[in-house]
Design a protein around this ligand. Structure first.
Ligand code: PEP
Ligand code: MG
Length: 515
């Protein structure tokens, strides 16, 4: 039996069986040769393309043709000659060939660009040793153990079997932790995973941040006893504003299921619908009709309560495998949120139109992430106007006066809050990012967890300035970051005078809405 401490955690207790995921990912070093990767991929595609039962056999046959075309191999080798690593060379070849296909007029050939990307992704997974991480053999009471997990990993997870997450990297506000919290799954972060094997018994204490590996029987028994007691111990909590009126309690959601869970727990609405998570569930950028169908469902499931749809916050730790964006040195300081939207107006237009259309069906509000400049908000307003004019010309129903608010999550937005408040319908403070950018401490790096603290006086001052600017302009101000997920955080926010909090955990929402 061994115990280890974690640096951060998502609260809760769980006992289960370790399932190690992707030990080698992220090393950037090849674990097999290019020949081996090609051969393994060829075998896989051959088997899949000959599966007479499968509708996708034809697709895999086309993939096999591309893999066997000397063009792919030659492009990778040319990039290797330029001094790139094997994995980098595969990525460069993927971009080059996909771009080439995309320029072809013939629609069929143009669509091969996606095939190229898919094959190259499989090749680089093989090279990095992360391929074959199938979820096969996932035990019924799995504790997922990994160096790091990404939101895109969660799209294939069978949450019904997952009891907890244990990660070497990551923090409470990394997006996997947020997903874990919304599902009521405890997580332990910043914990050494060396020496843990698949099949080991693990006890995960997300409250005390302790991991017990291969516990003795009596220890596990005592732990289970503690688990039973914990579930019985939740009591109601009341949040009141300084004037004695209740603080609005919204839910955060990344899927329609999350919306159902929050509303069922008694939430006053959805304060943050992270649309980028919806985009992660498909293999292409959703079309207007696809997005509208989802937002329409979201409105219906809110049953007349407000729904704040956040425009896509792609970037940072949220990447879309099918959207081939340039790799960045510092993704959290790069093309993220509104910056990406404004530089890809075609994609942004589709989302804005879908949200405007959903607005005709119920109380929808639109929220813009990562705003740093007043001009960005001006550009968003111009896009909303242009989309509204289009929809009106096309005779498609939409909401004309859709409120457009912003996330306050960059220090620039705090410093410009008075100007932004004159142009935004509401503020929602993203304490996850506001803390990381104010303290210059990566929200996913356990090494700087001592600095990453939303209770720091510097963050408190930023919160005060934001609330004051909202008050002055007479617009509502809420908080949708994870700061509202802790008791102390909520108390601080309420004393600062926020109008609403938005929480990821349905269990906490229930506690706050209990009469
Ligand atoms: C935040 O930054 O606090 C926030 C709610 O947005 P996200 O966690 O998705 O970056
Ligand atoms: Mg954010």
């Amino acid at each position: 039996m061994v115990t280890r401490n974690g640096i951060a955690s998502v609260e809760g207790l769980a006992a289960g069986t370790a399932f190690l995921l992707r030990k080698n990912k992220g090393t950037g070093q090849a674990v097999v040769s290019l020949d081996e990767a090609f051969e393994a991929e060829r075998e896989r595609l051959e088997a899949l393309s000959q599966d007479g039962e499968s509708e996708a056999a034809g697709i895999f046959a086309a993939h096999l043709e591309i893999l066997e075309d000397p063009m792919l191999r030659e492009s990778i080798e040319a990039h290797l000659g330029d001094g790139l690593s094997l994995i980098e060379a595969v990525e460069a070849a993927s971009k080059e060939l996909a771009a080439m296909f995309e320029e072809i007029e013939d629609e069929y050939l143009r669509a091969r660009a996606d095939d190229v990307r898919d094959i190259c992704r499989s090749l680089s997974e093989r090279l990095s040793g992360s391929a074959g991480d199938s979820w096969q053999g996932l035990p019924e009471d799995a504790v997922i153990v990994a160096e790091e997990l990404f939101p895109s990993d969660t799209t294939e997870m069978d949450f019904g079997k997952i009891r907890a997450f244990v990660m070497q990297r990551g923090s409470v506000t990394s997006h996997v932790s947020i997903i874990a919290r919304s599902k009521g799954i405890p997580a332990l972060l910043g914990v050494e995973i060396d020496g843990i094997e698949t099949g080991d018994r693990l006890l995960v204490d997300g409250d005390a941040r302790i991991l017990t590996i291969r516990p003795e029987e009596a220890t596990e028994e005592a732990f289970r006893e503690k688990m039973n007691h914990r579930d019985a111990g939740d009591t109601a909590e009341v949040l009141l504003k300084p004037d004695g009126t209740p603080v609005t309690v919204f839910g955060n959601a990344g899927s329609l299921g999350d919306i159902d869970a929050a509303i069922a727990a008694g939430a006053d609405g959805i304060g943050l619908f992270r649309t980028e998570f919806v985009f992660m569930d498909t293999d292409h950028l959703p079309t207007e009709e696809e997005q509208f169908a989802i937002y329409r469902q979201a409105v219906l499931r809110c049953g007349g309560k407000p729904l704040i749809i956040r425009t896509m916050d792609i970037g940072g730790d949220k990447i879309l495998p099918y959207w081939n964006l340039p790799r960045e040195e510092n993704p959290f300081l790069g093309m993220r949120g509104v910056r990406l939207c404004l530089t890809h107006p075609d994609a942004f237009r589709i989302q804005v139109r879908s949200i405007l259309r959903a607005g005709a069906l119920g109380p929808v509000l639109m929220m813009i992430p990562m705003v740093a400049k007043v001009e960005e908000l001006d550009q968003v307003h111009a896009m909303v106007l242009s989309c509204s004019e289009e929809l009106s010309r096309e005779g498609i129903p939409f909401r004309e006066d859709l409120p457009v608010g912003i996330m306050v999550e960059t220090p620039a937005a705090v410093l410009m809050a008075p100007e932004l408040a004159r142009k935004a319908a509401f503020f929602s403070i993203g304490t996850n990012d506001l803390t990381q950018y104010t303290m210059a401490a990566d929200r996913g790096n356990p090494g700087v967890a001592h600095l990453y603290n939303p209770m720091d006086p510097a963050v408190e001052r930023a919160l005060e300035m934001t609330v004051a600017a909202a008050r002055e302009a007479g617009i509502p101000v809420g908080v949708c970051g994870e700061m509202a997920s802790t008791f102390e955080g909520r108390q601080r926010l309420v004393s600062l005078g926020v109008d609403s909090v938005s929480l990821s955990s349905p269990k906490q929402i229930k506690k706050l809405k209990q009469k």
